[in-house]
Design a binder for this molecule. Structure first.
Ligand SMILES: NC(=O)c1ccc[n+]([C@@H]2O[C@H](COP(=O)([O-])OP(=O)(O)OC[C@H]3O[C@@H](n4cnc5c(N)ncnc54)[C@H](OP(=O)(O)O)[C@@H]3O)[C@@H](O)[C@H]2O)c1
Ligand SMILES: [Zn+2]
Ligand SMILES: [Zn+2]
Length: 311
C-alpha cells in the first residue's frame, strides 16, 4: 500500500475515476500466459509496478523510460487500456493481466511480501539516486521516513553514501539509525537545521504534502541536488532564487522508474540483502490501514495478503 493509493482514493489529484481499485506494488504467481509470451511461464513469481503499458515506440520508451512515455504511460490503476479503452484496476484485486514487457522477475532470494513495495517505493528512490549520480562518499539527506524514505536510506547507504535523515518525529531518531542512517536531524529543531547547512550533496524529499523546501536547499553544498519524489498535489511555498543561484544548486524531480531499471533494482536488492520493512495486512482492515498511513503510523509499508480476501 503506497501513499499514492490514498491520494487516488481521496481524489487528491482531481482525476480519480470511481470506482478505483488501487495497488501498484504487486507480487504474485503467473497463473497463465498468452501464446506469444516468451519471458515468463506458469508458476513464476513476478512483479508488476505502477505501469501496465505505454506506446513502446517513442524516444523515452526506446530507452526503457516508459514512465516518461511521450504519449503517456498507462497506469496500473485509474488508467485506460490502450486497446479497448477499458479502465485499469490495480493490485487490490484477485488477479491482473499484464503484457510481459511490464512484468519483472522477482529474484528467488527475496521474500515475496517484503519485496512487493520495491515495485514502487523501491524503484522511486533507487532511480533518482542512480540517475543523479550518488556514489560512495557522497552525503545524502532523506526527508521523511515513511515507505519511500526508509528505502531511500537503505539504497543510499548501499551505494556507499553517508546518510542523514530529516524527520519531524523525535521518536524516529533511533529507528533511523537502525535503518542505516549515519545522522538524524529533527527538522522542527532550528538549531539542528542550522548545523546541517551547506553539508549535503543530495537531498531526496519524500514528504507527501506541500512544505518549505528552502531550508533543505540550504542544507546542500554547492552543486547540490534536491530531488522531489513526494507527489505534490498543491503548490509548494515559494522557493527563494538565491538559495539556488549562490551555490549553483539544482532542484529536480523523479517519477518511479522504467522497466529495465526496475529489474536492475530488484537484482541490486537481492545482491545487497535489501528489502522493505513491512506489516502484513488483512484486506478487511484496509480502511484502518489508510488512516494509520496518514498518521505516519506504519513500519514502513503495509502489504496486503490477498489470501485474506478468501476468509
Ligand atoms: N515520484 C514518484 O514516482 C512517487 C512514487 C511513489 C510515491 N510517491 C509519493 O511520495 C509521497 C510519499 O509516499 P510514501 O508512500 O513514502 O508515504 P508515507 O509512507 O506516508 O511517508 C511519508 C513520510 O513523510 C513525512 N511526512 C508526512 N506528513 C508530513 C508533513 N505533514 N510534513 C512533513 N513531513 C511529513 C513522514 O516522515 P517523518 O515522520 O519521518 O517526518 C512520513 O513518514 C506520497 O506523496 C506519494 O504519493 C511518489
Ligand atoms: Zn506508489
Ligand atoms: Zn512511449
Amino acid at each position: 500500500m503506497c501513499h499514492t493509493d490514498i491520494h487516488f482514493a481521496a481524489n487528491d489529484f482531481g482525476d480519480t475515476e470511481y470506482p478505483v481499485v488501487p495497488g501498484h506494488e504487486i507480487i504474485g504467481r503467473v497463473t497463465s500466459t498468452g501464446d506469444d509470451v516468451t519471458q515468463f511461464k506458469k508458476g513464476d513469481i513476478v512483479g508488476v509496478g505502477c505501469m501496465v503499458d505505454s506506446c513502446r515506440e517513442c524516444h523515452a520508451c526506446e530507452q526503457g523510460l516508459e514512465q516518461y512515455c511521450l504519449n503517456g504511460m498507462v497506469l496500473t490503476y485509474n488508467g485506460h487500456d490502450l486497446h479497448d479503452g477499458s479502465k485499469t484496476y490495480g493490485g487490490y484485486s484477485e488477479s491482473v493481466t499484464v503484457s510481459e514487457r511490464f512484468v519483472v522477475r522477482v529474484p528467488e532470494k527475496l521474500d515475496t511480501a517484503a519485496a512487493a513495495p520495491l515495485l514502487c517505493a523501491g524503484i522511486t528512490t533507487y532511480s533518482p539516486l542512480q540517475h543523479y549520480g550518488v556514489k560512495a562518499g557522497h552525503k545524502v539527506g532523506v526527508v521523511g521516513m515513511g515507505g519511500l524514505g526508509h528505502m531511500g536510506i537503505k539504497f543510499a547507504r548501499a551505494m556507499g553514501a553517508e546518510v542523514t535523515v530529516f524527520t519531524r518525529s523525535e521518536n524516529k531518531v533511533s529507528e533511523a539509525t537502525k535503518q542505516g542512517a549515519h545522522h538524524v536531524v529533527v527538522s522542527t529543531d532550528d538549531e539542528q537545521m542550522a548545523d546541517i547547512a551547506g553539508k549535503l550533496d543530495y537531498v531526496l524529499d519524500t514528504v507527501p504534502v506541500p512544505h518549505d523546501i528552502n531550508p533543505y536547499l540550504n542544507a546542500l553544498t554547492y552543486d547540490g541536488i534536491h530531488i522531489i519524489v513526494g507527489l505534490l498535489q498543491e503548490a509548494e511555498p515559494p522557493i527563494q532564487g538565491s538559495n539556488l543561484i549562490f551555490n549553483r544548486r539544482v532542484l529536480a524531480g523523479s517519477l518511479i522508474g522504467g522497466l529495465p531499471e526496475t529489474q536492475e533494482m530488484l537484482d541490486f536488492c537481492a545482491d545487497n540483502d535489501i528489502s522493505c520493512d513491512i506489516e502484513i495486512l488483512d484486506i478487511h482492515n484496509i480502511n484502518d490501514a489508510f488512516e494509520r498511513v496518514k498518521k505516519s503510523d506504519v513500519k514502513y509499508r503495509f502489504v496486503i495478503d490477498m489470501e485474506s480476501l478468501k476468509q
